[in-house]
Design a protein around this ligand. Structure first.
Ligand code: NAP
Length: 287
């Protein structure tokens, strides 16, 4: 297929790379063009100077930028994805954004005889690099069926959750569950270190039981060593939680504890940890 990828960040760069390695014809766009040139030196593909030019003859346009405003900037306007995307082509947004934006973009797509899927991902930088992301998708079933085999280049699992916006709603649930898991792990490991337990043995043991989790397997050791200079940034999780709080207010869903954790992440930002991995919640016990 002819595909385009807009946004070559921590996630987009390897995702676009997997598409190229799977044999698709890929054209990429990145705001900072040096990164697009670096991508082109590493993978087979072309680069474009605007999102509109990148998607001009593609079957599927992928996008993975920062937040709602960033998606609007790359999607709308005369240089945006919609102005270049051919009729009947599919725009898949992998950015973690609001369900409201997804519905807005789907409406624009519909007016132009194009298709839109909201498709936020989970699995982090390692998941993107290893091509094993999980994708939560909102949109039309027939369009998802066309997109799924292409997304398989970078995803181990993708699931249509329901109508447009449902992918973003599922991602909100993912973020709510994951920050609560991280805080539980932070409290447990801080307790373990104060108790003088061998944390390597501990993680190896309780990781096999009912308290085991992805966070425990992948972040337990680095949390004990207070290493946070990698992974999924605190700035991003606060952006994601803000989206979830807005939706929760509309739904009347109680997020009391998650709001407390958001306050903890704010403290970490105030101490300079904006780009630290979200497992840095354990650093709060040092104060
Ligand atoms: N990192 C993770 O572990 C992870 C996991 C799951 C989901 N996500 C989500 O995936 C998305 C991307 O995350 P990331 O870690 O890849 O972020 P990132 O490394 O900061 O990359 C962001 C990308 O978007 C581009 N961009 C941002 N704003 C733009 C704008 N207004 N116009 C044009 N391009 C713009 C950036 O271009 P420049 O290079 O020019 O700045 C860059 O290519 C976010 O929504 C994030 O929440 C991230």
């Amino acid at each position: 297929m002819k595909v385009a990828f807009i946004g070559l960040g921590v996630m987009g760069y390897p995702m676009a790379g997997h598409l190229a390695k799977s044999g698709h014809q890929v054209c990429v766009y990145n705001r900072n063009q040096a990164k697009a040139e670096q991508w082109q030196a590493e993978y087979a593909g072309t680069i474009a100077s605007t999102p509109a030019l990148a998607v001009i003859d593609c079957d599927i346009a992928f996008c993975c930028v920062g937040n709602d405003d960033d998606v609007r900037q790359v999607a709308l306007g005369k240089d945006g994805i919609f102005s270049g995307l051919p009729k009947s082509s599919i725009f898949i947004d992998h950015t973690t954004a609001s369900a409201e934006l997804a519905r807005e973009l789907a409406e624009i797509a519909d007016e132009q005889d194009k298709f839109f899927l909201d498709a936020p991902v989970s699995g982090g930088q390692a998941g993107a690099e290893n091509g094993v992301l999980t994708v939560m998708v909102g949109g039309d079933e027939a369009i998802f069926a066309k997109a799924q085999p292409v997304m398989a280049a970078f995803a181990r699992f993708s699931q249509l959750m329901g109508p447009v916006g449902s992918g973003q709603l599922a991602k909100m649930v993912n973020q709510i569950c994951f920050v609560n898991t991280v805080q539980g792990l932070a409290e447990g490991l801080n307790f373990a270190q104060k108790a003088g337990l061998d944390t390597d043995k501990l993680l190896d043991t309780i990781g096999k039981g009912a308290a085991g989790s992805w966070q425990m397997d992948n972040r337990g050791k680095t949390m004990c060593a207070r290493e946070f200079d990698f992974g999924f940034a605190v700035d991003w999780v606060r952006k994601d939680l803000a989206i979830a709080f807005e939706e929760a207010a509309k739904l009347g869903a109680d997020l009391t504890v998650t709001k407390q954790l958001d306050g903890y992440y704010q403290e970490i930002q105030e101490n300079g940890g904006n780009r630290w991995d979200t497992s840095s919640l354990i650093s709060r016990f040092e104060k």
